[in-house]
Design a protein around this ligand. Structure first.
Ligand code: SAM
Length: 215
């Protein structure tokens, strides 16, 4: 994603009601933030938030948290929330590098993780920074409930191959795998992300994998 420094975005985020600042203090207590015990699903690297806002609208009995590393991107999602006539009550945001995800969530606190069009980090020396690397999967293992899934979409074939391999090497189960999501029956109900709209309009097939683990 091309990043532009958006002037004042840090300050705007600090005051925003949809953005949770002291996420470390909420660890194990996210149900208090939402005021119910509904399952919590998170999207890591949610960009401008189109996907997670639509997911929250379609699934009022699930709580959603969007995580984004950069204020200048997150601010766009917060602006969208502000423009909504009825912003979804089951959605909050955190500005955080996912490297520290275990500081925000307790073991078994998360019922699902969405990774959409994650940055590819094409150079091999940066492969551990990919959000589907074994290093990140180990972090996800420490916050996910048993049977919870990680769902990953991308149009990047190399990143997809890496991700499927990495999941298998880390002993996760690949429950679902396609390199052409939009032409499979499983596409029904698919919520498109901003990148997904952009790249599928260019004719790029969309890959998706769903992984779970037994440990
Ligand atoms: N998910 C959106 C979509 O599909 O339209 C945005 C995709 S964009 C290519 C990747 C996003 O992930 C960027 O907004 C980037 O800032 C964010 N990101 C990358 N690494 C991250 C990390 N370690 N923690 C949190 N967000 C991250």
């Amino acid at each position: 994603m091309r990043l532009r420094n958006v002037k004042g975005s840090r300050e705007a985020i600090a005051d925003n009601e949809y953005c949770i600042k002291d996420y470390e203090g909420r660890k194990g207590k996210w149900n208090e933030v939402f005021g119910n015990d509904n399952p919590i699903k998170i999207e890591i690297g949610m960009g401008k938030g189109t996907f997670i806002m639509e997911m929250a609208r379609r699934n009022p009995d699930i709580n959603f948290i969007g995580i984004e590393k950069y204020s200048s991107v997150l601010i766009r999602a917060l602006e969208k929330m502000a423009k909504e006539e009825e912003p979804p009550k089951n959605l909050f945001f955190i500005r955080m590098d996912a490297e520290f995800i275990e500081d925000a969530f307790e073991k078994d606190e998360v019922s699902g993780i969405y990774l959409n069009f994650s940055d590819p980090w094409p150079k091999n020396r940066y492969k551990d920074r990919r959000l589907t690397s074994g290093r990140f999967l180990a972090r996800y293992n420490n916050i996910l409930k048993k049977d919870a899934a990680v769902e990953f979409k991308t149009d990047n074939q190399d990143l997809f191959s890496f991700s499927v391999e990495e999941a298998k090497n880390s002993k996760w189960n690949v429950e679902y795998e396609t390199r052409d999501l939009h032409n499979t029956p499983e596409n029904e109900g698919n919520v498109m992300t901003e990148y997904e709209k952009k790249f599928s309009a260019l004719g790029n097939p969309i890959c998706k994998m769903i992984i779970t683990r037994d440990f």
